[in-house]
Each structure stands twice: as structure tokens, then as C-alpha cells.
Design a protein around this ligand. Structure first.
Ligand code: GLP
Length: 240
């Protein structure tokens, strides 16, 4: 695990964008794993700017980490919309190459299995961007998720619903259920870059970097990843 402490989110965004740019230049049909939440936004801003200067995503594809269950199509907080709005609409990834778990599926287990199959058919994730929840979740793998888990339905704990309520009209609007890539799915990505900023992430960062590898902090599984990069600002690194 490589831990890099930087001056702020602009620098974090640039360093993560450098990794994406190098990948896409070396392998134009790269498969990107996309995170939502606030943490990756500076990366997407930077990549949109670099696309404006010619960085080409026309052969790339992307898979989102997770999605809420039951939000109507087009809901502004659905990750399908967030991924489009914040990243894929701002670069030239073909819309048919952008994949998000189907939170409206009638048969959720079948949709989860199909999602895993689509990732495998694309050749697996080359570079997975991740944020981390204040409880140490990655994707929506809440504490005590299995390290072997694959894409599946999960329920959110109250802390995560409260943390994410800012994207909804009120707490009551935050779904209780989600589809998320599993920890096993995330661990299969060839390179993982986790981004965390702010003092509210300091404890989760300490647990994931220095704590025991334990399901109570799902992100700690990344200690076993052969190529995991953790990009932090000083506040997020303050408990290390
Ligand atoms: C949500 C997402 C996670 C994300 C987390 C942290 O729960 N499902 O993928 O890492 O929020 O979000 P933020 O970066 O806004 O703190």
C-alpha cells in the first residue's frame, strides 16, 4: 500500500488524473472503475480539462462501483446520473460503454450477476477509483461485509444514510438499499486509487492504513492489494 499525503484536493485530483491519463495513453481501451461522492470530483474535473486538451476516451469503458436501489430513472442523486453528470458526459466515453448497476431491476440478484459478467467480459477493471465512508466502507460495502463478496444488494447503516443525505431533499429520501460491487470485486481491479480528504475521514484512514485487516473496516482489505495507492490531504492523514 502506497500512501501519499498531498497539500489539498486539487493536487490529489491531478495525481489521480495522471494515473488515469498514463493508463489511457498506454491502453486506449482501458476499463475504468468509477466512484461517486465528493472525493473523486477533482479527478473528474481534471480529466474533463485534459479531455479538452485532447485526452481521448473514445475506446475506454467505465463501470460504477454502486447504485441506490429503487430511485426512479433520472433521479439526480442516482449514481447513473451522477456518473454521467460529473464525468462521462464531460469526456468522449461512448455512452454504451458506461455501466452502472441497475437499481430499478425487478430481479436484483440477476442484475448483480449480469454486472459481474459484463465486467469480466470487458477484461476486468484496470484502475478503480475509490472514496471511503466515515465508517470505512468502500463502494457501499458496510462494516462486516465479506472480503470475498461480489456485486450484490446491501442495506445501508444509519451513519452512511446521514452522510449521504446532503444529496437528497431530506434523510427520509435516502434509500435503505443499494447494489454495490463486493470487496472481492474491488480487490480484483489491477490498480486501486483511494482518495480521502478532511478531518472527518481521519479515523477511517487510520483504520484502513494502520489498523488490523478486519471486516469491521472494509477498506482495510486494501492492505492485501498488490497495487493500492492512498491519496490523502493532511487532515485525512492527521490520525496516522
Ligand atoms: C458513498 C459512496 C462511496 C463513497 C462515499 C464517500 O457512500 N457509495 O463510494 O466513497 O460515499 O463519499 P464522499 O467522497 O462524498 O465522502
Amino acid at each position: 500500500m502506497e500512501v501519499v499525503i498531498l497539500g489539498g484536493s486539487r493536487q490529489i485530483g491531478r495525481l489521480a488524473a495522471d494515473a488515469v491519463e498514463q493508463l489511457v495513453r498506454r491502453k486506449p481501451d482501458a476499463v475504468l472503475g468509477l466512484a461517486t461522492g465528493s472525493s473523486p470530483l477533482p479527478v473528474y474535473d481534471e480529466l474533463a480539462a485534459r479531455h479538452g486538451q485532447g485526452l481521448d476516451f473514445s475506446q475506454a469503458s467505465a463501470f460504477a462501483l454502486d447504485e441506490y436501489v429503487g430511485l426512479p430513472a433520472g433521479h439526480p442523486a442516482s449514481y447513473r446520473e451522477v456518473v454521467r453528470r460529473e464525468f462521462t458526459n464531460r469526456v468522449n466515453i461512448a455512452p454504451e460503454n458506461v455501466h452502472v448497476p441497475d437499481g430499478t431491476a425487478a430481479d436484483i440478484p440477476a442484475a448483480c450477476a449480469a454486472y459481474e459478467e459484463a465486467m469480466a467480459a470487458a477484461g476486468g477493471i484496470d484502475l478503480q477509483l475509490l472514496g471511503v465512508g466515515t465508517d470505512g466502507h468502500i463502494g457501499f460495502n458496510e462494516p462486516c461485509s465479506s472480503f470475498a463478496s461480489r456485486t450484490r444488494i446491501k442495506s445501508l447503516i444509519e451513519q452512511t444514510r446521514r452522510d449521504n443525505a446532503r444529496f437528497f431533499d431530506n434523510l427520509g429520501g435516502v434509500p435503505h438499499h443499494v447494489i454495490t460491487q463486493g470487496l472481492g470485486t474491488i480487490m480484483a481491479a489491477r490498480h486501486v486509487i483511494l482518495l480521502a480528504t478532511g478531518a472527518q475521514k481521519a479515523q477511517a484512514v487510520r483504520d484502513l492504513v494502520e489498523g488490523p485487516v478486519a471486516a469491521i473496516c472494509p477498506a482495510s482489505v486494501l492492505q492485501f492489494h498488490p497495487h493500492a495507492t492512498i491519496l490523502l490531504d493532511e487532515a485525512a492523514a492527521s490520525a496516522l
